[in-house]
Ligand binder design. Structure first.
Ligand code: GLC
Length: 487
C-alpha cells in the first residue's frame, strides 16, 4: 500500500513552518510504505542538496505552462531507508533556495502564483509515466497524500485532464494544515494551460482559481490537523477566509486528525541543542538550561521565564502579543523571551516593547532559528501561545514535553491538546476572548500557580508525560487510507 506524500515542505530539508514538521515525521510513523516528493529548492547546487546526501536521477520530463519547462526527479535516502525522498528539480520556478520567499533578499518570487502549479504538473507528469517505483519495492503509489493548497489542484487534474487518464483512479487524501492561504491563480494563466476542468465554478472563488477550494471539493478525503479546527472551518467564514461553504460541502469526507510530534527530535533527554539534558524523572538539567539561556540572552535567571516562539503574523496572535507582553512586564515579575520573524509592523511593535523593558526582563530575536527554539523550549517556565486561530499547533506540544506549561487561546487544536489546570490536574492554561487583557490575566494566573512548587511539579509532570507521539494519529490516517481504497 505505498502512499506518496506530496508537499511544499519537509523538515529538515525545506522548512518554513509546522507543515514541514508533519511531513518530516508522519511518513516515518506510518506502518504502510510511504515516500515524500517536494520541489528541489535551489536544485543540485543549492542548500537543500547539501542535506539530501547521495542522489539518483529517476525521471526526466517536461511540462507545458505557457511554454515548455523541463524537469528532473531525483531520489534521496536522507529521510530513512524506508521512506525515500523525491525532489523535483525544475529550475525555472525552483532554482532559488527559498521556499516561499527568495533566499537572497526575502522578496516574493516573480510569477509566484504559478510555482506550485508547475510543481503539481511535474508530479502528475512523473506519475503518469509510471516511472515512480517506491525505493526497492518496485511499485507505483496506490494513493496520494496531499498537503495544503500547494497540492490542491492534483485531485481535479487527475480526474478531469484526459492527459492523466492512466492515473485518474489514484485515490487522494488532502490534509489542510492551514486554510489561511488558498493558492490563487488568475484565469488567464490557467487558460493558457489548456487543461480540461469539470466546470469553472468548481475551481472558482471570487473570480480566480482557488487551489484550496479545488482540493477540498475533489479529494476523496479531506483532513485538517485537529477536530476542533475541522468544526471551526465548517461553522463560520473567518478561519478559512470565506471557504466555509466548500468545507461544509465536503460533508463526511472531512475529518480532523490531531498532529503528533517527532518524539526523537523533540526529546529533552537527548536533544543535542540543550546545554543540559533533562527528563520528567530528573529536571535538574532544565534549571541549568534556563541559566545558560538567560546568560546568553541577557535575561535575569532569577525570574520566571515566559517564552514565545513562532511566526509574527496575525494568525499567531501578533496583535495580542505585543500589547500583552508590555502589560506582563508591567504587572508581573516575569522575564520574557521572544523568537520569531514575520510582518514588519509586528516586529516593530515588539521592538518597542523590548526597548522599553527594564534590563534583564526581555529579549527579542527576530529570526528563524531552530537551535535557539529548542533551547528556549528547554529554558521556559511558561510558554505563551495567544494564536488568533490554530489548526493544530506544535509549539504547545513541544513546550509540554520540555516542562513548560503553555498559556493558549482556546481555539482549534489548542483546545484539543492542552488540558486546562483545574487545581489538581491539567497541562496548561487557556483563555477565551482574543484580547490582550484575557491573555494577560491568564498569564498572571499561570504565574501564580507556578509559584506553588507542588502545583508546578504536577503541571510539568502531566505535560512531560503526555503522549504526543504520532502513534495514535498514524493509525487514524491508515484507517482513512483504507476507507478510500488506498491499499
Ligand atoms: C500550520 C498550522 C499549525 C499546524 C501545522 C502543522 O503551520 O498553522 O497549526 O500545527 O500547520 O499541521
Amino acid at each position: 500500500m505505498p502512499v506518496l506524500h506530496v508537499a511544499a515542505e519537509c523538515a529538515p530539508f525545506a522548512k518554513a513552518g509546522g507543515l514541514a514538521d508533519v511531513v518530516g515525521a508522519l511518513p516515518q510513523a506510518l506502518e504502510v510504505p510511504t515516500a515524500v516528493v517536494l520541489p528541489f529548492y535551489g536544485g543540485l547546487d543549492g542548500r537543500l542538496a547539501e542535506r539530501a546526501g547521495a542522489l539518483a536521477r529517476v525521471h526526466t520530463g517536461m511540462v507545458w505552462l505557457d511554454g515548455w519547462f523541463p524537469f528532473e526527479v531525483w531520489r534521496s535516502d536522507a529521510i530513512s531507508d524506508e521512506v525515500p525522498l523525491y525532489l523535483v528539480a525544475e529550475p525555472a520556478h525552483f532554482g532559488d533556495d527559498g521556499v516561499y520567499f527568495r533566499a537572497s533578499d526575502g522578496a516574493w518570487f516573480e510569477r509566484g502564483e504559478v510555482r506550485y502549479l508547475a510543481f503539481q504538473l511535474t508530479v502528475l507528469d512523473w506519475l503518469r509515466s509510471k516511472n515512480t517505483p517506491l525505493a526497492g519495492r518496485g511499485r507505483q503509489p496506490d494513493g496520494l497524500h496531499l498537503h495544503d493548497h500547494h497540492t490542491g489542484l492534483i485531485p481535479v487534474l487527475l480526474r478531469h485532464d484526459p492527459a492523466n487518464a492512466a492515473v485518474a483512479d489514484l485515490p487522494t487524501v488532502l490534509t489542510v494544515h492551514s486554510a489561511d492561504h488558498h493558492g490563487e491563480i488568475g484565469w488567464p494563466v490557467w487558460d493558457s494551460l489548456g487543461v480540461a476542468v469539470p466546470d469553472r465554478a468548481a475551481l472558482d472563488h471570487l473570480g480566480v482559481v482557488n487551489s484550496l477550494k479545488a482540493g477540498v471539493g475533489h479529494a476523496d478525503a479531506v483532513t485538517t490537523v485537529s477536530p476542533t479546527y475541522a468544526r471551526e472551518l465548517v461553522a463560520s467564514p473567518e478561519p478559512s477566509h470565506g471557504l466555509d461553504y466548500a468545507f461544509r460541502l465536503a460533508g463526511d469526507r472531512l475529518a480532523g486528525i490531531v498532529n503528533g510530534i517527532d518524539a526523537e527530535v523533540w526529546d529533552p533527554a537527548t536533544d543535542p541543542h540543550l546545554p543540559a539534558p533533562f527528563s520528567a524523572d530528573d529536571l535538574r538539567g532544565k534549571a541549568e538550561t534556563k541559566n545558560a539561556v538567560c546568560a546568553e540572552l541577557g535575561l535575569d535567571a532569577g525570574r520566571p521565564l515566559a517564552v514565545f516562539v513562532g511566526r509574527l503574523t496575525p494568525e499567531k496572535g501578533a496583535e495580542v502579543l505585543a500589547p500583552g507582553l508590555a502589560r506582563i512586564l508591567d504587572q508581573t515579575d516575569a522575564a520574557v523571551a521572544v523568537l520569531g520573524s514575520g510582518y514588519a509592523e509586528h516586529e516593530a511593535a515588539l521592538g518597542d516593547v523590548a526597548s522599553g523593558a527594564p534590563d534583564g526582563r526581555m529579549s527579542l530575536t527576530l529570526a528563524f532559528d531552530e537551535a535557539l527554539a529548542h533551547r528556549l523550549y528547554g529554558a521556559a517556565d511558561l510558554f505563551l501561545m495567544p494564536s488568533r486561530q490554530e489548526p493544530c499547533g506544535l509549539g504547545q506540544l513541544y513546550a509540554m514535553r520540555y516542562g513548560a506549561p503553555p498559556v493558549v487561546h482556546g481555539v482549534g487544536g489548542l483546545c484539543d491538546t492542552v488540558e486546562p489546570w483545574d487545581g489538581a490536574a491539567g497541562t496548561g492554561f487557556r483563555f477565551g476572548a482574543f484580547a490582550p487583557d484575557a491573555f494577560v490575566d491568564a498569564t498572571r494566573a499561570a504565574l501564580a500557580v507556578l509559584a506553588d512548587g507542588d502545583a508546578r511539579a504536577r503541571l510539568q509532570q502531566h505535560g512531560m508525560r503526555r503522549d504526543s507521539s504520532w502513534a495514535a494519529s498514524a493509525r487514524a490516517y491508515e484507517r482513512l487510507y483504507r476507507s478510500v481504497d488506498i491499499g
